[in-house]
Design a protein around this ligand. Structure first.
Ligand code: BDP
Length: 725
């Protein structure tokens, strides 16, 4: 007995940071705030007044109580009755947090409903109001969802130590649909997933265990404003539309609904033939259209708020309308008509290419831009950020800005298919910002990709953004603790694309790890430099696709596989030869630059004005070509590859010094990953440089260390996928 009491005492006296943490709580850990942070936030909320009964409002209340209890160490704040007595016009007691939609009278007396109109469908208002009774804090919105997002925002501000005593903010999301795309197969594998098997499919655990996990998923998404999720792979199995799978979609939808998350589905265009037994799936055949209408009705009977379909058609072997001589618009519109009565949407992907084409970077534009104006109004075209395929650096896709009459959405990849899987620390927010902030010049210097897609430039009402998820069954959800920051950053940016990567990273670090400035500053430095480091040790100066052609992990710039599709050959992309390296997309080459608006077209097309970080994307240049630094192209390549490795080493060293700020479990986990990252950075550097050297016939500058590998050995190295799935 005595012994137990002693143990108990020891446990409660242990500082929080020494407890083992496994990352399963993501950024919603709600650990007790350090005193100085709590003081700064000025937490004088003593009572709660909740108006509304919906499941969403209940979820908001539950979150608030749990978070406040954790953050302040006090019992959850009491729910108070309105005002003194029951008169609705009486203000609530000082220190009350009032929550509810703007149409409730108690809220109306505090905040004029008119003002809340600015919040739009899902935005919110948070304000400190001083009444006769004293100060109160109000979170209100036009919808329950807005209230939920307001609650999560207030909690984030408290979690990160922002003063909340004088808050007055109105926020509304930049995009209407903010989605995750899961590339999860019904058999439980995840295409390009590096955090274990699918959280959705082929699970054997008990329903309550799954429900608890899905609730954490839902809370995490709601906390950053994500309001939709596609549960199955874009390379879609027709089976997803079978009743037994529809029931699973419905079960997940029920769990996500209180967090304002709608469920969507990827569909296989040939489903009417494969599943329905029709002779074909021609979109212009009325019986095919009817099959889809019936299917859609079946779905909505089970999931009344089902979001819609995501479609990958006529790409990488997937079927599509072109199989029947029809266009993307014919296919998309047929599905859109079936979804229209229910307010469902079609997200039709523009990721298409023909292996035989002279330049894969041109194809999406060539196929889609002529169809501008031909799509139904509940169709949105989902375009990858770059013209090729989620490389560490690409220019933005030239489709952005070129289809004024059609809503376009950006698709980013959160899972690190081409950036070292879950083994490398790569904070992707700067990469996404680079795309969103890029000026398309379609309507002058204001026309950024962000404005083309958020509806503000062309006045589209249907706006959306998607991120390919990096979640799996791993305890920490994403494989690498720092990969969680990419899920977080995607959501934050989808809500507000003006946020800086630094600000997002700082928030995430405070919530996920520590408030200590001596921890945050060096780690934020690592995060902010990490993507560029990856670019440098993998594909500097605009190079791309130097990786192994099937797994996409290690370097294989020499790959020249017999029988492989020509577009999968790294050699096709880098074109290294004794005369130089790079893909000529200037007017003397494939002329892909022509797809951009002036002055980008001219700027990219001219090797003198092309930004150095995209030089070999647009130009094939001799090894001795002189760069701004005064170095030759070959020397610059060497310095970039070596610089990338130095960065990885620097990250390792920095992290090693931060042990005292992080719990042992996560510290060691990240430490091991950083070691792998450095090893693989060296592997990339040596493989690429030694291979290119066989063409350049030039020496690696003497002041750089010697490669540690031998090219023939590297060619034999086989990447082992087993630890990833
Ligand atoms: C590529 C992936 C492939 C996906 C494809 C897509 O390698 O697995 O199916 O993108 O986006 O990057 O459809």
């Amino acid at each position: 007995m005595m012994k137990n009491a002693f143990l108990y005492l020891c446990l409660i006296l242990l500082p929080v940071s020494l407890y083992a943490e496994d990352g399963s709580a993501l950024w919603l850990r709600y650990q007790k705030l350090p005193e100085n942070v709590a003081e700064q936030a000025v937490l004088d909320i003593t009572g709660l007044l909740i108006r509304g009964e919906s499941a969403v409002i209940k979820a908001a209340e539950e979150e608030l109580r749990m978070a406040m209890a954790g953050l302040t160490g006090k019992e959850p704040v009491a729910v108070k009755k309105s005002g003194r007595g029951s008169r609705q016009s009486e203000p609530p007691e000082a220190g009350t947090l009032v929550i509810g939609t703007a149409d409730h009278p108690e809220i109306g007396v505090l905040i004029p409903q008119k003002e809340v109109e600015q919040c739009g469908e899902e935005g919110f208002l948070i304000r400190r109001v001083v009444t006769r009774a004293g100060p109160v804090t109000v979170i209100t919105a036009n919808s329950d969802a807005g209230v939920l997002y307001g609650v999560f925002t207030l909690l984030r501000k408290i979690q990160t130590g922002e003063p909340v005593s004088a808050l007055s903010i109105i926020e509304r999301p930049a995009y209407r649909l903010r989605l995750l795309n899961h590339w999860d197969n019904l058999n439980g594998t995840v295409e390009r997933g590096y955090a274990g098997r699918s959280i959705w499919w082929n699970r054997e655990e008990d329903a309550t265990v799954l429900a608890a996990q899905y609730k954490t998923y839902a809370r995490a998404n709601a906390s950053v404003g994500i309001n939709g999720t596609v549960l199955n792979n874009v390379n879609a199995s027709p089976d997803a539309l079978k009743p037994e799978y529809l029931r699973k979609f419905a079960a997940v939808a029920d769990i996500l609904r209180p967090y304002n998350i709608r469920v969507y589905m990827s569909v296989n265009f040939s489903s009417p033939a494969i599943l329905g037994g029709l002779p074909h799936s021609d979109p212009l055949d009325p019986s095919v259209a009817q099959w889809w209408k019936d299917k859609v009705k079946e779905i909505y009977d089970l999931i009344p708020d089902f979001g819609g379909f995501l479609v990958k058609a006529n790409s990488e072997g997937q079927p599509g309308p072109q199989n029947y001589g029809r266009t993307h618009a014919d296919g998309a519109n047929m599905l859109a008509e079936a979804l229209k009565p229910y307010d469902g949407v079609v997200m039709w992907r523009a990721f298409v290419y023909e292996p035989s084409g002279e330049d894969r970077a041109k194809q999406a534009y060539t196929e889609f831009v002529p169809l501008d104006g031909k799509f139904a109004d509940n169709v949105i075209i989902q375009v990858k950020n770059g013209p090729v395929d989620f490389q560490p650096r690409e220019p933005f896709s030239p489709i952005f800005g070129a289809m004024e009459k059609t809503p376009l959405m950006v698709e980013f990849q959160i899972t690190q298919e081409y950036l070292g899987f879950s083994d490398h620390l790569a904070y992707l927010s700067p990469m996404w910002k680079e795309c969103l902030d890029a000026i398309t010049w379609c309507r002058g210097p204001e026309s950024t990709v962000a404005k083309v897609t958020d509806g503000s430039l062309f006045g589209h009402r249907l706006t959306a953004i998607a991120g390919v998820a990096n979640t799996g069954r791993d305890v920490n959800w994403c494989g690498h603790h720092f990969a969680q920051s990419n899920w977080y950053a995607f959501g934050r940016m989808a809500w507000d694309h003006q946020l800086s990567s630094m600000a997002i990273g700082r928030e995430w670090l405070k919530m996920t790890f520590s408030h200590e400035g001596d921890f945050i500053d060096p780690v934020l430095t690592i995060m902010m430099r990490s993507r560029e480091a990856v670019v440098n040790y993998m594909t500097p100066l605009g190079l791309h696709h130097l990786m192994g052609w099937s797994h996409h992990h290690g370097p294989e710039p020499w790959t020249d596989i017999k029988n492989a599709r020509p577009d999968w050959l790294p050699r096709y992309y880098h074109n290294a030869s004794s005369t130089g390296i790079g893909f000529d997309r200037s007017p003397s080459g494939s002329n892909a630059v022509e797809q951009y608006f002036s002055p980008l077209r001219e700027m990219y097309g001219n090797r003198q004005t092309c930004p150095e970080n995209l030089l070999l994307w647009f130009h094939h240049l001799p090894w001795d070509y002189g760069l701004a630094s005064g170095k030759s192209l070959w020397d610059e390549l060497c310095y970039r590859y070596y610089g990338g490795v130095e960065e990885a080493r620097f990250f390792q060293k920095q992290w090693d010094q931060l042990k005292k700020f992080v719990d042992a479990e996560r510290f060691t986990h990240v430490q091991k990953k950083l070691k792998v990252q450095t090893t693989e950075a060296v592997w990339w550097r040596d493989a690429c440089l030694l291979y290119f050297q066989t063409f350049s016939q030039r020496e690696i500058p003497a002041e750089l260390e010697r490669p540690v590998h031998d090219l023939d050995e590297l060619k034999k190295l086989k990447f082992n996928m087993t630890h990833h799935n």
